[in-house]
Design a protein around this ligand. Structure first.
Ligand SMILES: Nc1ncnc2c1ncn2[C@@H]1O[C@H](COP(=O)(O)OP(=O)(O)OP(=O)(O)O)[C@@H](O)[C@H]1O
Length: 469
């Protein structure tokens, strides 16, 4: 499928237009996925967006170039002045560091044996490579220098490398045409492929995956980086199944409070405010919300048969979390998705708030371990249904004041199975309104109005859940 990322220069418009793909809304992802819609031209949209961006250019705070294009760029190489708070441990890094420079002086072939192609991106291929000295295997991504954002991708990876949830950049080599990024090898493949293979995720599994992802997103934001292309194609898995965020090709560095305006992302995952050209790091939370939706119900929340329709849906479609497939999903999970897919950015949940959401607390492994150790013996507890009932009464009477207490309380009943959790966790919904978010804010969440049409509720495919633009 031809990809149409129009430009990858500076912070220009980044659109690609692989068509959305059907992923049936049954409980399993299909083994073979059919493509819907025809080729989606982004030309007109991009042209219009570019004009629009030029009009708001004066408002952007960035480099001279960004003012001309109307797109905010990352601080220039070596600059940290735009972030007086010193947010992030590596804010000083604006250039490729020593390891990279050393690598650049040598040819990659001197130190690595390049092997088979294991991935194909829009801007080059990814190959297996083996270190001549140690015999260890890595992945080598080759990026053509014609792409101006190559430097930025390398810098961002360098900047973030070291976090366990980010693909580690080991070294960078350079020749006349390309950069070669030697990265840790994620031999478990893409999350997208796992989703296609394994179907809908259990809530326990989805919550743990989302927590890992949000920890990485929070780390990126704390380090002054907005990923802008969070989607399951860009989440890789190690041999042991651990997730790693990859592909920082659209990532951009920002200073505290800085606004972005470059139209970038992948249509199905892009936040509505990106389309209007004024956004912040909160776009990554929206994208993660889209992913959570896909994990739990096997379909993407927004779609259309043209790009305009697609974006219209992102801007206006109200999701129905009450009927159909959602009946098999706990209320707290629905609540969290609703908060992540809130169009009012000021009301959208933050990374920290996601991490402390009762649904996440309920299902994360640490909680399970800690609480199961503290749980009472079974003969001290009654039947789950009676306990749910009594817990609801306790919640209703206001005797539980926070999500964690509630989660602890659930586990004091003894954890048996996810089936039982479904009943138990529903009671969390009652508690949520008492935890953090006041009623006026709740009313501004994506409120459901009608069911998600089954025939158009899927737009994912195996090789490209939704392509970056
Ligand atoms: N560290 C890695 N380990 C294993 N495979 C990798 C690694 N990095 C990338 N790949 C494979 O290569 C593919 C393309 O990589 P990546 O997404 O970074 O390239 P890209 O050109 O930026 O792609 P995109 O078209 O998504 O923008 C990935 O989908 C994945 O299958």
């Amino acid at each position: 499928m031809e990809l149409l990322r129009r430009k990858r220069k500076g912070n220009e418009i980044h659109w690609c237009s692989d068509p959305p793909v059907i992923l049936p809304s049954n409980r399993k992802f299909p083994s073979s996925l059919s493509v819907i819609g025809s080729h989606l031209s982004l030309e007109d949209y991009s042209r219009r967006k570019k004009k629009c961006k030029e009009e708001v250019a004066e408002e952007a705070t960035g480099s001279c170039k960004s003012r001309l294009t109307g797109i905010v760029t990352a601080p220039p190489c070596g600059s940290s002045s735009s972030d007086p708070s010193g947010r992030g441990l590596k804010r000083k890094i604006g250039c490729i560091d020593a390891a990279t420079r050393i690598g650049r002086k040598k040819k990659i072939e001197q130190e690595y044996v390049l092997g088979a192609t294991i991935g194909q991106g829009k801007f080059g291929s990814v190959r297996l490579c083996r270190c001549r000295a140690s015999g260890a295997e890595f992945a080598c991504k080759t990026l053509h220098k014609l792409e101006e954002t190559v430097h930025r991708e390398v810098e961002v990876m360098q900047h973030l490398s070291g976090h366990p949830g980010v693909v580690t950049l080991k070294a960078v080599y350079e020749d006349s045409k390309s950069f070669h990024l030697v990265m840790e090898l994620c031999s478990g493949g893409r999350l997208l492929d796992q989703m296609v293979r394994e179907g809908r995720y259990s809530e326990h599994r989805a919550a743990n995956l989302l927590r890992e992802l949000i920890l990485v997103i929070k780390y990126c934001h704390d380090m002054g980086v907005v990923h802008r292309d969070i989607k399951p194609e860009n989440i890789l898995l190690t041999a042991s199944g651990k997730m790693k965020v990859a592909d920082f090709g659209l990532a951009v560095r920002i200073s505290n409070g800085q606004r972005l305006s470059g139209v970038a992302g992948s249509p199905a995952y892009v936040a509505p405010e990106v389309l209007t050209g004024d956004y912040s790091e909160k776009v990554d939370i929206w994208s993660a919300g889209v992913l959570l939706h896909a994990l739990l119900v096997g379909v993407l929340p927004f779609q259309g048969d043209s790009l305009e329709a697609f974006f219209e849906a992102i801007k206006n479609v109200k999701l129905d979390f009450h009927s159909g497939i959602w009946e098999s999903v706990s209320q707290p999970a629905r609540d969290l998705i609703g908060r992540m897919l809130t169009r009012d950015v000021s009301e959208r949940i933050t990374a920290d708030e996601v991490l402390s959401h009762p649904w996440i607390l309920f299902y994360t492994e640490r909680t399970l371990k800690t609480l199961s150790m503290k749980s009472k013996p079974r003969n001290h507890v009654g039947t789950p249904s009676r306990r749910v009932e009594s817990e609801r009464n306790r919640i209703a009477s206001g005797s539980l004041s926070d999500g964690f207490t509630l989660v602890s309380s659930f586990y004091s009943w003894g954890h048996k199975s996810e089936e039982q959790d479904c009943g138990l966790i529903d009671a969390l919904a009652v508690a949520i309104s008492r935890v953090r978010i006041s009623e006026p804010k709740r009313s501004r969440l994506c409120s459901p109005t009608g069911p998600i049409p089954q025939e158009c509720s899927s737009n994912m495919k195996a090789n490209n859940l939704c392509t970056a633009f």
